[in-house]
Design a protein. Structure first.
Length: 233
């Protein structure tokens, strides 16, 4: 409990860096979860229409979208890792006097590293909590935005929309929607507007693990290197 109190006191003292880390963590989780959920939506739609005819053009379109989303996700991870590293280095630089005092007082290097990790994880957890709360409360708005974002990305990256149904097929996105066509018409109801909360938070938890794991690793290595250099000096 003392470790937690010390960590909380340090976080409260270094408010700016702690707030920046928590805010960026929340933004990263929302953005990264959005990209993974775009992939989920694309795969869900594909699973519902894969047995229909005239899918060759749509399959190419589907693969382009998946590739685009994966590239966006990787780029986001790289940028996030860089920004998190900068924030952590800045935070450790501000706390270097405290760490040196602990070392002079006889605290082991392992204790100081654990304390540094704990002080980093507290604002991180706050960011995770608020991101999860926002996704839970604004789930329907979140789903609506995901569906609207796809055609915008398609237009920006030159991915053309593909018509893969014959004139005798009509897609209705909701059971109550009525569409008419000449001749015999087959109605197909596709659940493409709903994303289960379990799918959303599966992607969210995956990104939480990446975020906390990366932060813990970077903090541990940085603190160890910093203490080692100071001792040698």
């Amino acid at each position: 409990m003392k470790n937690i109190r010390y960590a909380y006191a340090s976080v409260s003292y270094h408010k700016k860096t702690s707030f920046s880390l928590g805010l960026f963590s929340g933004l990263f989780l929302v953005l990264s979860t959005s990209i993974l959920n775009l992939i989920d939506l694309e795969n869900t739609f594909y699973q519902q229409v894969k047995d229909l005819a005239n899918l060759s053009d749509y399959l190419k379109n589907h693969q382009k979208f998946i590739h685009l989303f994966l590239v966006m996700y990787i780029v986001l991870l790289v940028v996030a890792l860089f920004i998190i590293s900068l924030l952590l280095f800045s935070t450790l630089r501000l706390k270097r006097q405290d760490m040196l005092k602990w070392r002079i007082m006889g605290f082991k290097r392992s204790f100081i590293i654990k304390q540094a990790v704990l002080e980093t994880l507290i604002p991180l957890m706050i960011g995770i909590f608020f991101a999860a709360f926002a996704l839970l409360v604004c789930q329907h708005t979140y789903e609506f935005l995901l569906i609207r974002i796809k055609p915008i990305l398609a237009a920006q990256f030159g991915i053309e929309r593909v018509t893969f149904f014959s004139p005798n097929f009509v897609v209705e996105s909701t059971p109550n929607q009525v569409m008419t066509a000449n001749g015999n018409t087959t109605f197909i109801s596709l659940g493409i507007t709903n994303l289960p909360i379990s799918v959303i938070f599966k992607a969210f938890l995956k990104n939480c693990l990446i975020l906390t794991g990366t932060t813990t690793l970077v903090t541990s290595i940085s603190t160890y290197s910093f203490l080692k250099k100071r001792i040698q000096y």
